[in-house]
Structure formats: structure tokens, C-alpha cells
Ligand binder design. Structure first.
Ligand code: GLN
Length: 286
């Protein structure tokens, strides 16, 4: 019978060449296979594992060796301290996107703001905002019905009742005349030919949620173009984008008539989120 310690050591060695974090991955996967907390492993290094548990763990490690992201193996990802379900139909939410949540929580919005999260994926942004601001009324969209089902399941499990879900391509998901105080999105923004798409976790994530045309700006541009139809005067648009897209996004916002345009760097110091305000009297551009 192999002990917890032996199994972890073996898995670490197998993952050493393929995972950037062999130790963490081994611990997370063993805890998941045993339906225990990770801390339990540290307290029970000598415990012997039943054959079936060890086999389940080996199968998970095998998939991880093939490159499958840990979060798809466990079906869970922590975002804004919410335990979200994720599947290969959804992007795995990133810490950079938590910063987008932080930024929009600081905006001067009405107590019962109407807020739109475009391309919600697992629901990360909408769920974090819905949790922080129970009086906000949120709409979360996605063109993938499978992703929307994951997001709606997350809302239900977290008992967040202030989020409605709508299926469709960006603003096409909404009824005519829908108006918001804030539109927020983490759209795909990686250039189609970017080599990162063929590396690490990204290989297993939905390409639709990552890549956006030759320059990565196709979806950002489409959202900026139509957002004014759906914003009240003074309403905000905030977008996550690539580290090298700040100037292009700020230029598109300004050209479309957004005012008060700003941007924030992420924790690594890269420009990551930009936004602007749709003032009454802004050029409509139509
Ligand atoms: N920030 C992610 C990455 O580069 C991409 C997320 C996105 O395209 N919205 O891995």
C-alpha cells in the first residue's frame, strides 16, 4: 500500500518536466482524488491509500502529464474567494480579471446599478459583482450555451439571485432598448497566431474565449463600437485587454466618443484594463 508521502513524491517526479508547479499540482490532485482538504495530506503523510484511491489519483496525474489544466481536472477554480465550477467550455478565470472587478467596484455607480458582463464564461465577473453588490441587477451573456449553463449553475450554487443570463454574440444577446450603468467584459484578445495559444493551459481552453483575429482586437473593437447603444449617459465601459493593447484600446475608446478614459496596470505591472465613460453629448458615431 503506498503512503500519501510516496504517492506525492512519485507524482512530483512525473510532473517535473510538464507542469510549472509539480508539487502544488500533485497535492491538489491527491486531495481531490481523496475528497479531502490539502492540509489533511500534510497531517497524514504515512497514511496508506486504498487501491481505488491510488488508481484515481494516477489517472488524474496521467491527464496532467498530457497537459490538461488542474482546474479542468478538479472542475473548480477560486475567483474573488468564490469557488467556481469550470469546464473546458469556459476559460479558467485569471487573477488579472479580479482586478477588473476591483476597478469597477470603485466607480461612482447608483446603489441599484444595472450592469452587463459580456462573455461571462464561468460567470466569474458577474458572480463576484453580484456577491459584492446585492442591489445591483446584473445581466451576464455568452454565445456558448454550454458556458452559460456553467455560469448559471455557479449562480445557483452561490445563491446569487441578482444575475440574469442571456445567450448570444456580444450585444445580440440583449433585447432592444436594454440600458446599463456599466458594461464590463473580459473578451478574447490574443492574436490568432500568438504562440502562447499552443502552450500550457491555453491549449485546452476554448479558443473562442482566447483568440480574436490577427491583432487580437476584433472583439474589443466590436464591443467598443456598440456599447454606446446600451449605456446611459455617464455610464461606464471597462475592458480587460492584452499587455500591449492599451494604446489601441484607449484610441478606440476615444475615437468612439468615450470620455474620462483611464487604464490600470495588473499586478505584474502590465497595462491590463481600460475604460471610459459615455457622456451625453458624446459623438454617437452612427
Ligand atoms: N489573460 C489570458 C491569457 O493571456 C487571456 C484571457 C483572454 O483572452 N481574455 O492567458
Amino acid at each position: 500500500m503506498s503512503s500519501v508521502r510516496d504517492l506525492l513524491a512519485e507524482a512530483r517526479a512525473r510532473l517535473a518536466g510538464t507542469s510549472p508547479e509539480p508539487r502544488l499540482d500533485s497535492e491538489v490532485l491527491l486531495a481531490f482524488a481523496l475528497k479531502r482538504e490539502r492540509t489533511w495530506l500534510f497531517a497524514h503523510p504515512e497514511t496508506g491509500l486504498a487501491e481505488a484511491d491510488a488508481a484515481r489519483f494516477h489517472a488524474l496525474v496521467q491527464q496532467r502529464v498530457r497537459g490538461v489544466p488542474v482546474n479542468y481536472l478538479t472542475g473548480r477554480r477560486e475567483f474573488w474567494s468564490l469557488a467556481l465550477a469550470v469546464t473546458p467550455d469556459t476559460l479558467i478565470p485569471r487573477p488579472e480579471t479580479e482586478q477588473l472587478v476591483e476597478i469597477v467596484l470603485e466607480l461612482d455607480l447608483p446603489r441599484n446599478a444595472r450592469v452587463l458582463d459580456l462573455g461571462t464564461g464561468s460567470g466569474a465577473i458577474a458572480l463576484a459583482l453580484g456577491q459584492e453588490r446585492p442591489d445591483w441587477r446584473l445581466v451576464a451573456t455568452d454565445r456558448s450555451a454550454a458556458a452559460l449553463a456553467v455560469a448559471a449553475g455557479n449562480a445557483k450554487r452561490l445563491a446569487l439571485a441578482n444575475i440574469a443570463f442571456a445567450s448570444g454574440d456580444w450585444f445580440d444577446a440583449l433585447p432592444a432598448g436594454a440600458i446599463f450603468d456599466l458594461v464590463v467584459s473580459n473578451p478574447p484578445y490574443i492574436p490568432d497566431a500568438d504562440p502562447h495559444l499552443a502552450r500550457g493551459d491555453l491549449r485546452f481552453e476554448p479558443r473562442d474565449a482566447l483568440a480574436s483575429g490577427e491583432d487580437g482586437l476584433r472583439d474589443l473593437g466590436a464591443i467598443i463600437d456598440r456599447a454606446p447603444e446600451f449605456l446611459r449617459p455617464g455610464g461606464w465601459l471597462w475592458l480587460e485587454h492584452g499587455f500591449d493593447q492599451r494604446e489601441a484600446v484607449m484610441a478606440m475608446l476615444a475615437q468612439r466618443g468615450f470620455r474620462d478614459c483611464r487604464h490600470h496596470a495588473d499586478a505584474a505591472g502590465n497595462p491590463r484594463n481600460s475604460g471610459g465613460r459615455w457622456e451625453s453629448g458624446s459623438r454617437t458615431g452612427t
